[in-house]
Design a protein around this ligand. Structure first.
Ligand code: PLP
Length: 391
């Protein structure tokens, strides 16, 4: 009954785990959920109020497919200030979250068999979306500290390579690609006439100065071949509003807009008004969120270090620890998925197995959770590891 294309599709492992957790919670079992890819905080009040005002004002109709002009302009200016770029409002497309814009981007760019270079560990959505577009994801396995390098990338380039995908700060590792490496990747892309898709959704969430750079700010000439993707979900705690944006060379932006016009049309008019307030007045809220994440990151690092057998690096950005459990896997618990399932069953603590990021032997712990949950969760993980030594 189903198309071959859809039969190949892997459901989102993080969302699948989340429904497992929700089912347990519904059945009355309390679960400490450290699997989530979203800030636990509510959307900052000034942003939420802008959404409410939009409803009260009757701003509840279809808008232009690519977004309301004032938001597109505000985002072009925002990017230009941040990256010294030269985007016009026409080059910016507002969509139903950055996830949807990534999907549209691959649909617009990939011909059958086109290869897209993706470093692993990676957010698995990219791999599925590339395949859905007829492209072929070519993975580049990285080892700690998980820094994507031009040198590794060069080894995988073939006549069919079309796109290099960047995600910095990275989900799940928190790694940030250093400036000199971004410059080398830009040079490589120009040498081989490749496009860059740069997912910068976590760029406001970083823990050391200076701020992570976008490839377009490191080498302005790369903007001609870069599709920059960002959104409001993470930095402004707006996951449920479903709004993201893309900035790209004009023909690509237009094509994405045309395709969006045949699929979802515009994203919510209300979310667009809220996003306008976020981009204009949301700076303070981002600072508060970052400070909270920074404190939690320090706490989690301190507690994880007390658990034998776990290996991890302090994440430079995003809100995840990517923890190696290779030394804890054995005959009874051979994979990270087994390990995480047992942890959930035994201690009612949810973390995401590395398989979900094409990186077996790890789990991802999100610290976008309350201190109380983090404490309980880490105690559960510690008990679980110690009990496994006794078996
Ligand atoms: N890109 C990465 C790397 C993510 O981790 C996520 C969400 O988890 C997204 C994009 C999607 O965000 P949005 O809510 O804007 O669709």
């Amino acid at each position: 009954m189903l198309s071959e294309r859809i039969k190949q599709l892997q459901p989102s492992p993080t969302l699948a785990l989340d429904s497992q957790v929700k089912a347990l919670q519904k059945a009355g079992t309390p679960v400490v959920n450290l699997s989530l890819g979203e800030p636990d905080a509510s959307t900052p009040e000034i942003i939420a109020k802008a959404g409410i005002q939009a409803i009260k004002d009757g701003f509840t109709h279809y808008t232009a497919v690519a977004g309301i002009p004032e938001l597109r302009l505000a985002l072009a200016r925002h990017l230009n200030t941040k990256h010294h770029s030269k985007y016009t409002a026409e080059q910016v497309v507002i969509g139903v979250g950055s996830k949807s814009l990534l999907y549209l981007t691959f649909q617009v760019l990939c011909n059958p068999g086109d290869e897209v270079l993706v470093a692993t560990p990676t957010w698995s959505t990219y791999l599925e979306q590339i395949k859905l577009a007829g492209g072929v994801p070519i993975t580049i396995p990285l080892t700690t500290p998980f820094i994507f390098t031009a040198e590794e990338c060069r080894k995988k380039i073939t006549a069919k390579t079309k796109i290099i995908l960047l995600n910095s700060p990275n989900n799940p590792t928190g790694a940030i690609i250093p400036t000199d490496e971004l410059a080398r990747i830009a040079t490589l892309a120009k040498e081989y006439n490749l496009l860059i898709v740069s997912d910068e959704i976590y760029d406001e969430i970083y823990y050391n100065s200076p701020a992570p750079r976008s490839i377009i700010s490191v080498d302005p000439s790369i903007a001609d071949r870069t599709i920059l993707i960002n959104g409001f979900s993470k930095a402004y705690a707006m996951t449920g509003w479903r709004i993201g944006y893309l900035a790209a060379p004009l023909p690509i932006a237009k094509a994405v807009g045309n395709l969006q016009g045949q699929i979802t049309s515009n994203t919510s008019s209300i979310s667009q008004k809220a996003a306008l307030t976020a981009i204009q007045d949301g700076n303070e809220a981002v600072k508060i969120l970052k400070k909270t994440f920074s404190e939690r990151r320090d706490f989690v690092a301190q507690e994880l270090a007390k658990i034998p057998g776990l290996e991890f690096l302090l994440p430079d950005g995003a809100f995840y620890f990517f923890v190696s459990i290779q030394s804890l896997l054995n005959k009874n618990t051979p994979t990270a998925t087994d390990w995480c399932t047992k942890l959930l069953e035994q201690e009612k603590v949810a973390v995401v197995p590395g398989e979900a990021f094409a990186a077996p032997g790890y789990f991802r712990l999100s610290f976008a959770a309350s201190m109380e949950d983090l404490q309980k969760g880490l105690e559960g993980i510690k008990r679980f590891v110690i009990s496994s030594f006794k078996m």
